[in-house]
Write a protein that binds this ligand. Structure first.
Ligand code: SF4
Length: 430
């Protein structure tokens, strides 16, 4: 815990970062800069990294005058905070003309004090599945060799090895090759939405590229069952998840997924089967629940239909389908989460909070995964036509309001395994 604001950071544009002790670091929410309460700063968690932001000048508070002013010494700096943590403020900077659009990452405020980096964030998830210190390269490589030998013709195992692990360093695929926890199962080359910040497909005319290339194969049900049954049988806290960052919308492959789930459950009753989805097809979700699906995670940038629709630009589905998909899962006794993209200035707007409360009350969802929104803030607000984000109460206060209104709704960052769905407070001694 620190007792005063940390100093602003700037970069020389060559990857070297310095503190400016004439300025305190502050944060951004919507289009505005705000001082950050001292108690909101935590040490940058292990696995966090720093970004230099080209064409942008940091905004800070002058330690002598208390006035807001720009740091002219170099370009602005932001932090990527690791999974399991939710950022409370974006980095505060002024964008210069001709500044390049930033890639699809999250840009949290960051400061420096007593030889350490600090960020305004909260640890929202106790599960340690993506702690960077927990990954063992030797185990990952030997696991990959073993699985590629065991399933020489399985295109999905090859995709998880050569694309997800070797190219993207995906935390989920690395856990699979370490034989533990959540195993990713991408299936869909296509999508029925056109998200502005899609991480697996960006139109050629866009100024940024997607962070992953979208899957190009349509796996068979047997290819899926072949490597997931042993994972469910032998991994600790076993879970498999359809719907990954490297694919389109898995519900467009529901027939294959339903057949795969049926096949899997012929061989094992262990573990849990989850789908990460845009929730666009309630009827397909019902078919999957009948086949044996256990949980769903529906992604959304907002609980306000207009803001959702402006971002997802859906083809042939509507915001209400998301609610219907969650209600179907609850009807069959499943676990339902939302993958809620947190954007300071929009997420903590009173209208958004009201809409979220209505969404929770109408659907009976079990969990909110408060995920950092990986997108250039200026680009996002610009594309959405949002010139004034309006009033905001703060992300922490938003969480408090939801916690008070819905004490049974769980907060986290990852899809829980079966053991945790039964008793969410089960501690993860692993
Ligand atoms: S739903 Fe997913 S895959 Fe589809 S456009 Fe949006 S981010 Fe991309």
């Amino acid at each position: 815990m620190i007792n005063k604001s940390p100093y602003l950071l700037y970069s020389d544009g060559k990857g070297n970062t310095y503190e400016d002790t004439s300025l305190y670091a502050i944060g951004r929410s919507g289009w505005d800069a705000y001082p950050i309460p001292v108690e909101d700063w935590i040490l940058l968690p292990d696995g966090g990294t720093l970004y230099e932001l080209p064409g942008r000048l940091g905004i800070g508070i002058d330690v002598k005058t208390g006035e807001l002013r720009l740091c002219q010494k170099g370009c602005a700096v932001a932090a990527f905070i690791p999974p399991a943590h939710t950022g409370l403020y974006l980095a505060a900077y002024e964008t210069q003309p001709d500044a390049p659009t930033l890639p699809l990452y999250c840009y949290t405020a960051v400061g420096w004090q007593n030889g350490q980096f600090y960020v305004p964030a909260v640890r929202i998830e106790r599960d340690i599945r993506q702690e960077c210190s927990g990954y063992n390269t030797h185990k990952i490589e030997s696991g990959m060799a073993q699985m590629l030998k065991a399933y020489p013709h399985n295109r999905l195992v090859q995709h998880l090895a050569h694309n997800c692990t070797e190219s993207y360093c995906c935390p989920a695929s690395r856990n699979y090759f370490m034989g533990r926890w959540e195993c990713p199962v991408p299936t869909s080359p296509a999508c029925n939405a056109n998200c502005i910040g899609c991480i697996s497909f960006q139109p050629a005319e866009e100024s940024i590229v997607s962070t992953q290339n979208r899957l190009t194969i349509k796996p068979t049900a047997l290819e899926i069952a072949e490597f997931t049954v042993p994972h469910l049988e032998h991994a600790p806290y076993p879970l498999i998840s359809f719907g990954q960052g490297c694919e389109g919308e898995p519900l467009l492959m529901w027939e294959t997924i339903a057949t795969a789930i049926t096949e899997i459950r012929k061989h094992t009753a262990k573990g849990s089967i989850n789908i990460n989805t845009n929730g666009s097809k309630p009827a397909a979700v019902e078919a999957l629940m009948k086949a044996g699906l256990n949980s769903i995670r529906v992604s959304m940038n907002s609980a306000r239909e207009d803001i959702y629709t402006r971002y997802y630009q859906p083809n042939n589905y509507h915001f209400n389908d998301l609610k219907e998909s969650i209600k179907v899962v609850k009807k069959y006794g499943g676990w339902a989460s939302i993958n809620y993209f947190v954007f300071p200035g929009l997420t903590d707007n009173p209208e958004e909070i009201d809409a979220l409360c209505t969404f929770i009350a109408e659907t009976g969802l079990d969990m909110i995964q408060w995920r950092n929104f990986n997108i250039d803030p200026d680009w996002y607000l610009g594309k959405m036509g949002i010139t004034d984000a309006g009033e905001c109460v703060g992300i922490k206060e938003t969480m408090n309001i939801i916690r008070e209104e819905f004490p049974n709704v769980k907060f986290g960052y990852f899809n829980p395994p079966a053991e945790r769905m039964k008793n969410y407070d089960t501690d993860f001694a692993h």
